[in-house]
Design a binder for this molecule. Sequence first.
Ligand SMILES: Cc1cc2nc3c(=O)[nH]c(=O)nc-3n(C[C@H](O)[C@H](O)[C@H](O)COP(=O)(O)O)c2cc1C
Length: 222
Amino acid sequence: MAESSTFIPYPGVQFEEEEMIRRSRDYYEFMNKRRSVRTFSDRPVPKEVIENILRTAGTAPSGAHKEPWTFCVVQDGELRKEVRRLAEEEEYRNYNGRMSDRWLKDLEPFGTDYIKPFIEVAAALIVVFKHSYTSDEAGKRANNYYVNESVGIAVGMMLAAVHNAGLVALTHTPSPMNFLEKALDRPPNEKAYLNIPIGYPAEGAEVPELTRKGPDKLIKWY
Ligand SMILES: Cc1cc2nc3c(=O)[nH]c(=O)nc-3n(C[C@H](O)[C@H](O)[C@H](O)COP(=O)(O)O)c2cc1C
């Protein structure tokens, strides 16, 4: 073991088998109720809740523990208006030429188009940035590893935390998303990864009906 390592006892949790079975089933059933929602209420969410959700995301594993992410919480009305304008510009081009016919057909069940009111309406917009490398105070570059995998896992944990708080989210990709780097004045090592409105669903919100792969297709046991 490297001499620079310091180890502490694992501070984790353990359950008896019966409790483990119950908890794993309950958690699956709870998570199976998560849905992407596209119509939001403007009802505010306490800052502490947003912070706890993002701190949960920040507990994610990452390559060599580089934590190659920043979660920007955008609530300012003027900034959101600008982000919406820029996002809709990209989305207009996506829906009118950049997306293939097959892609547009695949999107039909979701009833989406280039208009994205949720950017302004939802309680908060979480813009996630990945760090392709890290710069220290002196501007010296350090490598990050498995950045996409790490940030994807952190966002997954964030989405679970949103659901756990009884709120909803939408994973939104108004690609190309580099306008977000400029709009939020992020440093050059940060690349926009996902745009995720979170908050309460609009009253009477509906979601597309879908089924999920069952265990026979989802899992192969070896
Ligand atoms: C990487 C990624 C990008 C997505 N981009 C969009 C998007 O730009 N707009 C949108 O309305 N939904 C987007 N979605 C949401 C998916 O359509 C949604 O997750 C999928 O239909 C399954 O529905 P569910 O999340 O309710 O289970 C995206 C999801 C992922 C994981």
